[in-house]
Design a protein around this ligand. Sequence first.
Ligand SMILES: Cc1cc2nc3c(=O)[nH]c(=O)nc-3n(C[C@H](O)[C@H](O)[C@H](O)COP(=O)(O)OP(=O)(O)OC[C@H]3O[C@@H](n4cnc5c(N)ncnc54)[C@H](O)[C@@H]3O)c2cc1C
Ligand code: FES
Length: 264
Amino acid sequence: MLDKLKYNVGKIVETVNEAEDIKSFYIKVKMEETCPGQFTMVWLPGFEEIPLSPSLHEREILRLTVAAVGSTTRKMHELNVGDRIFIRGPYGRGFNINYKGKYLLIAGGYGAAPLIYALRKLREAGKHVAYAVGAKSSSKLLFVDEAKNLGAKVYVATDNGSRGFRGYVTEMVQEIIENYDNVLACGPEEMLYRVMEMCLKTNVKCQLSIERYIKCGIGICGSCALDPKGLLVCKDGPVFYAEELIGTDFGKYYTLPSGIKKPV
Ligand SMILES: Cc1cc2nc3c(=O)[nH]c(=O)nc-3n(C[C@H](O)[C@H](O)[C@H](O)COP(=O)(O)OP(=O)(O)OC[C@H]3O[C@@H](n4cnc5c(N)ncnc54)[C@H](O)[C@@H]3O)c2cc1C
Ligand code: FES
């Protein structure tokens, strides 16, 4: 168990501005192989330790794609090539990408991070993949070119219509979702809940990467529990099948670090 808490020291070898307030860090680090959808715990001394899902992991290079939303992620954005970062993991259950058939990947905001990693692996396995990505505006869209270069069919939605479909990514995919055998999705919880509803209605196999407040990351503290089933996001997830989430507080309540529940 203690071995699972061990930090690996990583060194930043490249940074890329991916979109407005979203940066990727290419980190040289010796760590266990990851599977798309699993997460790592990242620590910058003097700041919180936060969960981040790799957007790529090849040999000793791990890519983390980070949206600056608060103190730790803003501090991360100040890091440069040569800086060190402490990483433990990988943890949890990632996406199962071994199913037959066509895949539709639905990404909202920084939820694109684990999906572009899954997309790469799916394309390497010769699978047919479509990538539907949504953001508030075109300046916040992630990995459109990378997905095209990997050979995926790409659908783009922006809330303000600055690129592609005007509206939510969920509205954009509602007509096409039943043409696919598998859906993988990651993004804001309201978006994921809508994806879950559409997949259950159309009988499409659906895997959703969800967020809860992660403290230990290894199934000890209970901070990330989905009530009343007691599923642990850090251990049983963060990727869940739609059927597993039925009857939980997913889509309804989020538990704050204090233990208080807040409506989603
Ligand atoms: C499994 C998982 C994978 C994630 N992958 C990515 C990713 O690839 N890229 C990315 O940009 N973000 C990712 N996130 C979200 C990221 O962890 C938060 O944005 C980050 O923790 C914010 O920290 P902060 O100090 O900058 O902001 P804060 O101001 O502390 O918080 C901003 C928001 O982030 C949430 N948050 C803060 N700490 C945690 C925590 N320990 N666990 C869960 N949520 C937290 C808060 O509830 C709040 O809603 C992931 C979250 C989870 C649970
Ligand atoms: S974060 Fe501690 S049990 Fe999941």
